[in-house]
Design a protein around this ligand. Structure first.
Ligand code: GLT
Ligand code: MN
Ligand code: MN
Length: 389
């Protein structure tokens, strides 16, 4: 029997080199898995099966101090492994956080030379991504924040960040890369307070950019959960603004330090509403799993981790379809959505007449409050569908 949860490249599932290549290192412990070179990570993804593509930071592919000869060899091996495994490069990004040069930030650093270096590094990384056909360019400001607000003027930091984005958008246009840029928020990393802590903050920044049309967001489940927020609402706002250019799927328990867990493994109900939203809104972009396996995982278990991310997504997608087709859900939805054409017509557009009509209306508050809203039944039915009952 064919496995109906088996992914195919059409599902547009992607993994970063740093996700399945994660070695299990954490702030308190050394790696638990041997490091893999990029071509080996691509082979691992080939073994996982059904993956669309792979994403990288410049230094996931090329060590920061690689010689030209070394870089050429790594790139050639990587290209061969992509071909062998029929994988594409979907997204590229810059590592502006690991090197101590960025300890005070990159685009927002207090040092003009660091800011200039960050631009240079990003331009080179954009070139590298374009060489492999990346369409999306992510900005995750891993160090764009401050451990103490005595260090930086936060208004000036925002100006610096905006200037960098304006510069890099213009560079992309100039070079004809055709990138769409996706900004990824995170509240803290690891101790510092970030300047753009949530997706909403970035959605507010974008209209102030020179090339706002090129720039959207890359929301990540874990990052919104770290801030105690409802991820699906953030994504919905991005979709509504036409700005969901990319998405980082993983999971994260609330009130915990950065976990990057297998998709849907911590909050399956929240994951269900997210998948439902992405599918019903016909999101066309990549579905990137920015997560990594448990520290205990070996290679075989890391493969299971990657398969699990995709499988859970596809299971939830099926549940979302069941939900929409379920007769009980349908009748409950009908009951709670009380359409009122005349009412809507009044409020759809302002006119003095509409305002006067509204002002003259008498509303029966008690009757409004007495109308049934069986959300307990609706939610329980949702749970039953989720649990396969
Ligand atoms: C890092 C971070 C992620 C970002 C990556 C892109 S790097 O793993 O935690 O959320 O998406 O820069
Ligand atoms: Mn991410
Ligand atoms: Mn993360």
């Amino acid at each position: 029997m064919p496995d109906r949860y088996a992914p195919t490249p059409k599902d547009k599932f992607t993994f970063g080199l740093w996700t399945v290549g994660n070695t299990g290192r954490d702030p308190f412990g050394e790696p638990t898995r041997p490091p893999l070179v990029p071509a080996e990570i691509v082979d691992l993804l080939g073994e996982v099966g059904g993956v669309h593509g792979v994403n990288f930071h410049d230094n996931d592919l090329l060590p920061i101090d690689a010689s030209e000869a070394e870089a050429a060899r790594i790139k050639a091996d990587f290209a061969k492994s992509l071909k062998r495994n029929k994988l594409k490069v979907a997204m590229a990004t810059t590592n502006l956080f690991s090197d101590p040069a960025f300890r005070d930030g990159a685009f927002t650093s207090n040092d003009a030379e660091v800011r200039a270096y960050a631009l240079q590094k990003t331009m080179r990384a954009m070139e590298l991504g374009a060489e492999f056909g990346a369409q999306i360019y992510v900005f995750w400001g891993g160090r764009e924040g401050a451990e103490t607000d005595a260090a930086k003027d936060p208004i000036e930091a925002t100006v610096r960040f905006r200037n960098a984005l304006d510069f890099l958008c213009a560079y992309s246009i100039d070079r004809g890369f055709g990138y769409k840029f996706a900004l990824e928020a995170k509240p803290n990393e690891p101790r510092a307070h970030m300047y753009f802590p949530t997706t909403g903050h970035y959605l507010a920044l974008i209209p102030t950019l020179k090339h706002a049309d090129l720039v959207g967001v890359n929301p990540e489940v874990a990052h919104e959960h770290m801030a105690g927020l409802n991820f699906t609402h953030a994504v919905a706002q991005a979709i509504g603004a036409g700005k969901l250019f990319h998405i980082d799927l993983n999971d994260q328990e609330f009130g915990r330090y950065d976990q990057d867990l297998r998709f849907g493994s911590a909050n399956p109900k929240a994951a269900f509403f997210l998948v439902k939203l992405l599918e019903e809104s016909k999101y066309q972009g990549f579905r990137h799993f920015d997560a990594h396996a448990y520290r205990t995982a070996d290679r075989a278990d890391s493969i299971e981790f990657a398969r699990g991310c995709m499988r859970t997504y596809l299971m939830l997608k099926e549940r979302a379809r069941q939900w929409a087709d379920d007769p009980i859900i349908k009748s409950l939805l009908k009951q709670i959505n009380r359409a009122g054409k005349d009412m809507d017509a009044l409020s759809a557009k302002y006119s003095r007449g509409h305002a006067e009509t509204l002002l003259a209306m008498r509303f029966d508050r008690a009757a409004l409050a007495a109308r049934p809203l069986p959300y307990e039944r609706l939610d329980q039915r949702t749970m039953e569908i989720l649990m396969g009952v």
